[in-house]
Design a protein around this ligand. Structure first.
Ligand SMILES: [Zn+2]
Length: 185
């Protein structure tokens, strides 16, 4: 199949809803923030409005480190927070929520970025042609090959176009797989 066909197919792919599982949460958090943030997300899952001091205390993570992870999760829209004034102490405390409803959107975002990279790579493979000496002394791009009259600058052997069909096929296959499966990311 020609790649344009697959790209066209890719763009018209349907989004299927899916259930957010612990495994999906794990993959999204690991991809966007890192494995070290997982305990916080698991801890907040199913809870609401949790003080950052409780997060730090229950998970036995130092408060500065806890805050750092919380803000990194916030940046990626995995968590959100609300501030509330502590009546006794007079200062504000952040209370955190896990945006579980946002996970499918994040999965989609990660997939789109990865697909975009694959498509760019495929386009590059399709746009450029390389030539190689059968004696393996040189590998030239299209322009250099024309300049040397399609002969090897080292041994003067006639250059052969390099076959990148397997690379292209691999990329096309990967793109098609990702488009078919809403959980491939
Ligand atoms: Zn040569």
């Amino acid at each position: 199949m020609h790649s344009e066909t697959i790209l066209k197919y890719a763009d018209s792919s349907k989004k299927k809803p899916f259930k957010v599982t612990k495994d999906i949460i794990k993959r999204v958090v690991t991809e966007l923030v890192g494995e070290e943030a997982l305990p916080i997300v698991y801890f907040l899952r199913g809870k609401t409005f949790v003080s950052e001091f409780i997060v730090a205390e229950d998970l036995n993570i130092e408060i500065h480190k806890t805050r750092n992870l919380l803000y990194r999760l916030l940046e990626k829209d995995i968590l959100s927070f609300r501030r509330k004034k502590d009546k006794k102490k007079g200062w504000y405390i952040c209370y955190w929520d896990f945006n579980e409803h946002n996970i499918p959107h994040l999965v989609d975002k990660i997939r789109k970025e990865k697909l975009e990279k694959l498509k760019t790579r495929l386009a590059r493979e399709e746009a450029s042609q390389f030539f190689m000496c059968p004696n393996a002394c040189s590998r030239l791009d299209f322009e250099s090959a024309i300049e040397s009259g399609y002969h090897c600058p080292e041994c003067n052997e006639l250059l052969r176009p390099m076959d990148n069909n397997r690379t292209k096929e691999f990329l096309m296959q990967r793109i098609a797989e990702m488009e078919e499966n809403p959980l491939a990311f």
